[in-house]
Design a protein around this ligand. Structure first.
Ligand code: 4AD
Ligand code: MG
Length: 430
């Protein structure tokens, strides 16, 4: 009977066949241990010479790394492995022999591994990271679908910028100019006025010349937008959403977190509510911590974010930033118009900002004024202004960067390992 490694637990004591690859092996005179992978997991296969015969045993000993094969054997409990079972091999059939697989069990440099990303994805660690990513995506759909949100897909090719024009990738759209989307937000605002609560999940592009462990040129963002929700309501959604995602990974990715050596005690603590600190207080805190370079009105960099996050063991919201350093659409605080109703969610353990969000300006005149102050003009935003003209309502939304969230939850140092094929400042291959 054909099955997979992840399903094999249901077949303890039975003989099954699994299609897979040989990821590693070791052997002695009488016994060979095959490390098998099939995409669903990693499992040990044990080949005993006395059971399988001399000829087949020699063939097993000669199997090369990443050779594809069908392995047949009896599934047996194995309490020492995280998987909990292994296979007593009774036979195998090679599909294709792999000769000189480039990624050997020895250490390789990151650039070498990145050049071989199409093969590196097969490794146990990369497999674990992608499974965590997949679980975060699954839990995201679960959270928003069970809370009455409609998934809406904004366009990727756009005629204008959503945030700031310096980070745009330009392309031709027949005779017109077009740009790759850096955020679907403005379209999601239109969607919120049609469907109430909406969320998107898709790729976004930033032509930023940043070369840090938190920056990708192409990354995936989840952007919820909610009609009739103020800033405070939005913060509650954010902390519940992030808590749900973390707890889902803990529930469903135990083997992967173990493979990654993640300290799960730190993740167990991630439950709503999350602490909040105002931008004003954050500046004071930074000055107390010896950051003399920061003045009110300046944006925080990675070291500042890390220093603020250190004070907490949960993600922290930094709220009410100065209007000047934030996007044109953010609603000014009615009591203090120099700051806006916004928050960045900073992950613990130095992973930095994972969410940016705000209440949006709903007043037509103020929106027009802001829009001109930011040097935006022309017809490109006419449709966006109309949202404030025809039944405008208070609304809020946010964007969660998937790869930074994966990096934090999986405990991976650099975002380049959290997306299957990273697009980096100097990398468009493979
Ligand atoms: O803070 P950002 O730029 O916010 C927006 O784009 C809003 N329009 C979202 C909204 O309100 N709908 O980006 C949101 C998140 C960041 O917090 C970060 O997690 C991630 O996207 N992000 C990046 N991730 C990887 N590489 C980059 N270059 C990123 N830039 C932003
Ligand atoms: Mg931001």
């Amino acid at each position: 009977m054909k099955t997979t490694i992840s399903e094999a637990a249901k077949h303890i004591g039975e003989e099954v066949t699994i299609g897979g690859w040989l990821s590693n092996k070791r052997s002695s005179g009488k016994i060979a241990f095959l490390q098998l992978r099939d995409g669903t997991g990693f499992m040990q296969g044990i080949v005993v010479k006395a059971d399988i015969g001399e000829e087949k045993f020699q063939e097993a000993k000669g199997l090369t790394q990443e050779t594809s094969l069908y392995v047949t054997g009896v599934i047996a409990e194995d309490t020492r492995s995280p998987l909990g079972y292994e296979m007593q091999v009774t036979g195998f059939e090679v599909i294709q022999e792999a000769v000189d697989y480039p990624i050997t069990p020895k250490e390789h440099g990151t650039e070498f591994l990145m050049d071989h990303r199409h093969l590196w994805l097969r490794s146990k660690r990369q497999h674990a990271v992608m499974k965590v990513r997949n679980e975060i995506i699954r839990a995201t759909y679960e959270f928003f679908n069970t809370n009455g949100y409609v998934k809406i897909d904004p366009p990727i090719l756009t005629g204008s910028s959503a945030e700031g024009s310096t980070e745009l990738f330009h392309t031709k759209y027949f005779e017109e100019d077009a740009y790759l989307s850096q955020s679907g937000q403005l379209y999601m605002e239109a969607a919120a006025m049609a469907f109430g609560r909406v969320f998107s999940f898709g790729p976004t592009f930033r032509a930023e010349k940043s070369k840090t462990r938190r920056h990708l040129i192409e990354f995936w963002m989840i952007e919820p937008e909610m009609a009739f929700m103020d800033h405070e309501d939005s913060l509650k959604v954010q902390e519940q959403y992030v808590s749900h995602v973390v707890q889902s990974v803990l529930d469903n990715c135990r083997i992967e977190l173990d493979t990654l050596g993640r300290d799960t005690e730190k993740l167990e603590k991630i439950k709503a509510p999350f602490p909040r600190i105002s931008y004003d207080d954050a500046v004071t805190l930074l000055k107390e911590k010896g950051f003399d370079d920061i003045e009110w009105g300046e944006d925080f960099g990675a070291p500042h974010e890390t220093a603020i996050a250190e004070a907490y063991d949960k993600p922290v919201f930094i709220t009410n930033y100065p209007a000047e350093i934030k996007a044109f659409y953010m609603k000014p605080d009615p009591e203090r118009p120099e700051v806006v109703l916004c928050a960045d969610m900073i992950a613990p353990e130095g992973y930095g900002e994972i969410i940016g969000g705000s209440q949006r300006i709903d007043d037509l005149e103020l929106m027009k004024q802001r829009y001109e102050e930011h040097g935006l003009s022309g017809d490109a935003y006419k449709w966006y202004l109309q949202l404030r003209e025809y039944g405008s309502v208070p609304h809020s939304g946010f964007g969660l960067g998937l790869e930074r969230t994966v990096a934090w939850i999986a405990g991976v140092e650099h975002v380049r390992e959290t997306i299957p094929f990273p697009r980096l400042l100097n990398r468009l291959y493979p």
